[in-house]
Design a protein around this ligand. Structure first.
Ligand SMILES: [Zn+2]
Length: 262
């Protein structure tokens, strides 16, 4: 049986049967994080594992020339550093909180032990890993093929999915880092989105959005990506984990784990 429990905001934890969740809860530490908090730095070991209950965390690739670009965004559907189950490895991206939130954290060693013991934990990690890969593939395609206004609308929608209202606490500087563009490009793009009514206001670090209009301004990647991931979560997290012997092969590889810290 799986059930959403009061106080468990994280979708992966909420999908675990009580006995499997019980392998983790004695070791959990509840933490809160503020915007701009660095949860994992590039080069640091993937330890501990964070299960966000709220907020949004961006995964940033830092280039040698000082430029950054976001590879993915994670909220309560994810688990930061869950790829540490493949063995100790350094992160090659930096995880930065973009929207304040809370998380349960557990040491990578304790998480690995529970992962080895529980088919249900292995199952949710696999579903999550496939969702992360899908997001990475879409973001790579989007960065190569789509214009900056459509891409900015996509990031704003992804942030909106992780905040309670239409005021997004995000600065132009943070948007420039997410998109890997200059501040002036963000200012120009923001004015385009304002003209079509997708961003009614943008001041003092808050971007107000009109969701319906922003969806029209976004490239197709957002809808496609969210639909596929939502479907994957609804169908597969509700399903029982495969019986022993029927275990699906993980969708990730060691190489993917070295490249991305989940
Ligand atoms: Zn796109």
């Amino acid at each position: 049986m799986t059930a959403h429990r009061a106080g468990v905001g994280n979708r992966l934890l909420a999908a675990l049967p009580a006995a499997d969740l019980g392998l983790l809860t004695p070791y959990f530490q509840k933490v809160s994080f503020e915007p701009d908090a660095v949860l994992v730095r590039s080069g640091e070991e993937l330890d501990p594992v964070y299960f966000p209950h709220s907020g949004a965390i961006a995964f940033m690739l830092d280039m040698p020339d000082g430029q950054t670009v976001a590879t993915t965004l994670m909220g309560r559907e994810g688990a930061l550093a869950s790829f540490s189950v493949l063995g100790p490895s350094p992160s090659s991206v930096t995880a930065i909180a973009r929207v304040a939130g809370t998380a349960s954290l557990i040491s990578a060693a304790k998480f690995r032990a529970a992962f080895a013991q529980s088919a249900a934990i292995r199952h949710v990690v696999q579903v999550h890993a496939r969702a992360v890969l899908l997001q990475l593939q879409h973001v790579a395609a989007c960065n190569a093929l789509h214009r900056v206004d459509g891409r900015m609308a996509r990031w704003l929608l992804q942030l909106h999915d992780r905040v309670p209202d239409d005021m997004l606490p995000v600065t132009q500087e943070a948007l420039a880092q997410l998109l890997g563009v200059r501040r002036t490009t963000v200012t120009l793009t923001m004015s385009k989105l304002r003209e079509v009514g997708a961003v009614p206001s943008d001041r003092r670090g808050f971007v107000e959005i009109d969701r319906a209009r922003l969806e029209k301004a976004a490239c197709h990647c957002y809808a496609l990506m969210q639909r596929t991931i939502d479907q994957m979560y609804c169908e597969e997290l509700a399903a029982s984990p495969p019986a022993p012997g029927e275990q699906k092969m993980p969708a990730w590889s060691g190489a993917a784990d070295r490249a991305f810290p989940r």
